[in-house]
Design a protein around this ligand. Structure first.
Ligand SMILES: Cc1cc2nc3c(=O)[nH]c(=O)nc-3n(C[C@H](O)[C@H](O)[C@H](O)COP(=O)(O)OP(=O)(O)OC[C@H]3O[C@@H](n4cnc5c(N)ncnc54)[C@H](O)[C@@H]3O)c2cc1C
Length: 433
C-alpha cells in the first residue's frame, strides 16, 4: 500500500512524534545469514512487544522492520492507552462467553500495565505517560453515560467517573460536548519513543533488530524456516507476522484476511496560553462515534487532533482542511490557528475486530490486526504469544474464537466505509435531537 507523505531524512514520516524523538540511533540493515529461534516481521508495537517478551524468556530473536522501528501506525497514532479491544465488550461477550470475555478484558488491562511498567522499569526516555482519558458525548446522554459507568463497575470493577455537561465544559470548553466519562485508568503516551525505547532494550538484551530490512519472501515449510530480505536471510524455528496494514504480497494468504483502514492526525502550532481557552485538563478526549475525534494538548502546548477513517482514502490531498473543519466544529475559537503537520496511518482490522493471535501453520504465528486499539493490545499479544512459543501458558487459547476471516476482497472496504457513513449519519441525527 502506498503512503504519499513527507518523509524526513531519517526515514520517518513527518509527524509530531518523529520531530520529538528522544534518541536517533538507527539499527543495522540485515546483511548475510543470521540464526535465531524466532524471526519477527514488522517493527511496530506488536513486533517490538513480541520480540521483547521473547527476549525476556531467554529466546533468541531477529526482528525485521522494512523501514524504521515504529514507522507504521505504532509511531503515528493518537497515543491513547486504554484497556479494551477494537471489538466492543458486547461482541466479545457474545462470542467468548462470560468467563473468557472477562479473561480477555483482564489481558487488555495487563496490556496497559505492561506499557506503564516498561516505561518505568526500563526508564524509557520521552514516553511521558499522562493520566486520564475523557469520553465525551456530542448529544445529551446522561442515561447512556451513567449506564456505561455502572456496567463497567459491575462487569470489571472499573471506577469511571460520570461527567455532567457542566463538569464536562469546565474541562473541555466546547458547546459541542454534553455528558461524559472520565477514565482515570487511561493514559496518553509518545508511542514512537515507546517502540524505539523497547527496541533499544531488545538490542541491549542481545536480541537482533534490523531496520531498513524488508522481508521479501519466506520459506515456511519444514522445521527450519527461512525469511529473506534483499541483503540477507534469517534462519529460524518460528516466524511471527506483524506487518499489519502495511503487509504486502510477501505476507501471502494472511493479507487476504486483513482490512487496512486509514485514519488521520494533525498537530497545530504551539497554542501557548490559548490552550487554556479550550481545555482545562491534561487528559486526552475522544467522542463516542465510531469514526471519532480525539485530541489532547502535547507537552509543547500543541493541539494534537485525530479523526476520520476510510478504507479508500489513504491520505486525502486536502487532509489539513478536512481536519481543520473537524477542529472548528468543536472549537470555533481556533479559526486563526495554523495546522503545523498532517499525517495519516494504516490500521488493520479483522472482520471480528479482534486481534489475530493465530498459528497459521506449525510455528508460524500472526500477532496483528489490532485495529484502532493497538497500544495496549500489541504489548499483551506479544506477552501471550511469547508464552505460547515457550509453552509457559495457554492464554493464547482465549483468542481461538477469533481466527482468520477473509477480508471480503473489494467488497470489504465498501462495507467498512458504508458502516462508518451509517454510524456518522446516526450520530448526526442524534445531535440534531
Ligand atoms: C492515526 C492513527 C491513530 C491511532 N490512534 C490510536 C490510539 O490513540 N490508541 C491506540 O491504542 N491505537 C491507536 N491506533 C491504532 C494503533 O496505532 C495500531 O493498532 C497499532 O499501532 C498497530 O501496530 P502493529 O505493530 O500491528 O502495526 P504497525 O505499527 O503498522 O507496524 C507494522 C510494521 O510492519 C512493517 N512491515 C510491513 N511489511 C514488512 C515487511 N515485508 N518486512 C518487514 N517489515 C514490514 C511496517 O513497515 C510497519 O512498521 C491508531 C492508528 C492510527 C493509524
Amino acid at each position: 500500500m502506498q503512503d504519499h507523505q513527507t518523509t524526513l531524512p531519517d526515514g520517518y514520516v513527518d509527524t509530531h512524534y518523529a520531530r520529538t524523538l528522544s534518541a536517533t540511533a538507527t539499527a543495522p540493515q540485515l546483511s548475510g545469514d543470521v540464526h535465531a529461534d524466532v524471526c519477527i516481521i514488522g517493527g511496530g508495537i506488536a513486533g517490538v512487544s513480541t520480540a521483547w517478551e521473547l527476549t525476556q524468556q531467554g529466546v533468541s530473536v531477529a526482528l525485521l522492520e522494512a523501514k524504521r522501528i515504529g514507522w507504521g501506525a505504532s509511531g503515528r497514532n493518537g497515543g491513547m492507552l486504554t484497556s479494551g479491544f477494537a471489538a466492543s465488550s458486547e461482541a466479545i461477550l457474545a462470542r467468548s462467553g462470560h468467563k473468557d470475555a472477562h479473561a480477555l478484558h483482564d489481558l487488555s488491562v495487563e496490556g496497559v500495565e505492561i506499557v506503564l511498567q516498561n516505561t518505568r522499569d526500563l526508564n524509557l526516555a520521552g514516553v511521558d505517560p499522562v493520566k486520564g482519558v475523557i469520553i465525551a458525548s456530542r448529544h445529551p446522554d446522561p442515561d447512556g453515560m451513567k449506564a456505561w459507568q455502572a456496567q463497567a463497575k459491575k462487569d470489571y470493577a472499573e471506577d469511571l467517573e460520570y461527567l455532567s455537561p457542566d463538569a464536562m465544559r469546565k474541562l473541555v470548553k466546547s458547546e459541542r460536548f454534553f455528558d461524559g466519562i472520565y477514565n482515570p485508568n487511561g493514559y496518553h503516551i509518545h508511542p514512537l519513543n515507546y517502540c524505539r525505547g523497547v527496541a533499544a532494550e531488545i538490542q541491549r538484551a542481545g536480541g537482533l533488530v534490523f531496520e531498513n530490512s524488508e522481508m521479501t519472501s519466506m520459506d515456511l515449510d519444514g522445521p527450519q524456516k527461512q525469511v529473506h530480505t534483499d541483503q540477507g536471510t534469517v534462519t529460524c524455528k518460528n516466524v511471527v507476522l506483524c506487518g499489519s496494514g502495511y503487509s504486502g504480497p510477501a505476507f501471502g494468504r494472511l493479507r487476504r484476511n486483513l482490512l487496512p483502514i486509514a485514519t488521520y492526525v494533525i498537530s497545530t502550532q504551539g497554542l501557548g496560553d490559548r490552550a487554556r481557552e479550550i481545555m482545562n485538563t491534561s487528559a486526552a478526549v475522544a467522542d463516542t462515534r465510531l469514526s471519532c475525534d480525539y485530541f489532547r494538548i502535547t507537552s509543547a502546548g500543541e493541539l494534537l487532533w485525530g479523526g476520520g477513517m476510510s478504507a479508500f482514502r489513504k491520505h486525502p490531498a486536502n487532509l489539513t482542511d478536512l481536519m481543520k473543519a473537524r477542529i472548528l466544529e468543536v472549537f470555533p475559537q481556533l479559526a486563526d490557528v495554523d495546522i503545523h503537520l498532517a499525517w495519516s496511518g494504516l490500521m488493520s482490522y479483522a472482520r471480528h475486530k479482534m486481534p489475530y493471535l493465530v498459528e497459521m501453520q506449525p510455528n508460524v504465528w500472526t500477532a496483528t490486526a489490532l485495529g484502532g486499539h493497538g497500544l495496549n493490545t500489541g504489548p499483551i499479544l506479544g506477552r501471550v504469544l511469547a508464552e505460547a512459543i515457550t509453552q509457559t501458558s495457554q492464554r493464547h487459547k482465549l483468542f481461538e474464537p477469533y481466527g482468520l476471516r477473509w477480508n471480503g476482497s473489494f467488497v470489504g472496504p465498501l462495507v467498512a466505509d458504508g458502516l462508518v457513513a451509517m454510524s456518522n449519519m446516526m450520530h448526526r441525527r442524534r445531535e440534531r435531537g
